[in-house]
Design a protein around this ligand. Structure first.
Ligand code: S3P
Length: 160
């Protein structure tokens, strides 16, 4: 099986859906954020704060280049992986790319209630920042093979 790549904004369910999908398909599951953490031995927030977003983008591109050479993977990606030139094309050429989308209110609700630290949303007005980033990234996210709106469905339903 060619890889399946889950792309999309923070809080759209990439990790939960990816795990279920991998289980359903008997495929291996990987998460590019997790790969960066394992590769560097550091938390993503620390990379953003002590180094820079640019350094993080370089690291996530490096780990992506490791997975595009493989097969039979369900790959959950960090929400911003698409902004680095060449990443979306690399995924499109080596697998099936699915964007998970959700409306801004749902995203805010989900990211407020889960444990993951999102340095890009540690701002005074996270809702405004979510809308701004969604707008900025929309042209990348729509360029997938398939799009699933997870706003009103469970991860199980999205995986199905
Ligand atoms: C980011 C999304 C995060 C993580 C980092 C940057 C982004 O991953 O890669 O904080 O730029 O949208 P999730 O989409 O898994 O939250």
């Amino acid at each position: 099986m060619k890889n399946i790549y889950l792309i999309g904004f923070m809080g759209t369910g990439k990790s939960s859906v990816g795990r279920l999908l991998a289980e359903d398909l008997g495929a291996s599951y990987v998460d590019t954020d997790q790969m960066v953490i394992e590769k560097t031995g550091r938390e993503i927030t620390n990379i953003f704060e002590e180094d820079s977003e640019e350094d993080f983008r370089r690291l996530e591109t490096e780990v992506l280049s490791e997975v595009v050479d493989k097969e039979n993977l369900v790959v959950s990606t960090g929400g911003g992986i698409v902004v680095t030139m060449g990443n979306l094309e690399a995924m499109r050429q080596t697998g099936f790319v699915v964007t998970l989308i959700a409306d801004a209110n749902t995203i805010l609700e989900r990211i407020s209630s889960d444990e993951t630290c999102r340095p890009l949303l540690e701002v005074e007005e996270p809702f405004e920042e979510i809308k701004r980033l969604l707008f900025e990234r929309a042209s990348f996210y729509i360029n997938a093979h398939h799009i699933v709106d997870t706003s009103d469905i469970t991860p199980r339903e999205a995986a199905d």
